[in-house]
Design a protein around this ligand. Structure first.
Ligand SMILES: [Zn+2]
Length: 175
């Protein structure tokens, strides 16, 4: 069932004209350009909502992170170093620092994007219906800064049966 949905996602991705070429050579990617030290809004200990205009985000985030996080883009599949990473820690929103997923909720879906079966807390995420690309999906956004993260599907493993399919570029890990 994963595979069918993954295939659909890939098809829609191709439909966007962005191609599905594997790009392992570009693996270690844009994270360097959006280090938290250059982003005054990256603050894991601040719990209040981070409300920042997109015009400001555009100056802070790298172009690829901005495209995914603020324009609901999708990173090319199989390009995130987090996809197969087994690093232990907590995944945070790269824009605001909100804690999103624990590494022990990560699993290998083979889908091309980092996948998790549950968020760190319910309120870490915002869920919104997404009917674009001829599909009925549920978009997940950061619960603190509303950056687009990815989608959640009901074909994940136990115990939740959910698969949070998340763009790696919007994640950073704290060990
Ligand atoms: Zn955020």
């Amino acid at each position: 069932m994963y595979k069918i949905l993954c295939l659909l996602t890939l098809i829609s991705f191709t439909a966007c004209g962005q191609g599905t070429t594997k790009a392992s050579s570009t693996k270690i990617n844009k994270m360097e350009s959006s280090k938290s030290s250059q982003n005054p809004y990256y603050n894991p200990s601040q719990k209040e909502a981070t409300v920042v205009p997109d015009s400001v985000w555009q100056q802070i985030l790298s172009p690829e992170v901005y495209r995914v996080a603020r324009e609901k883009g999708t990173e090319r599949p199989f390009t995130s170093p987090f996809e197969e990473s087994k690093e232990v820690g907590t995944y945070h929103c790269i824009a605001c620092g909100n804690a999103l997923f624990k590494s022990n909720a990560k699993f290998n879906s083979g889908c091309g994007w980092p996948s998790f079966f549950e968020p760190i807390t319910k309120s870490a995420l915002i869920y919104t219906p997404d009917n674009t690309h001829g599909m009925t999906r549920t978009e997940v956004q950061c619960g603190k800064c509303k950056s687009h993260l990815g989608h959640v599907f009901e074909d994940g493993p136990p115990p939740t049966g959910l698969r949070y399919c998340i763009n790696g570029v919007v994640l950073t890990i704290e060990k």
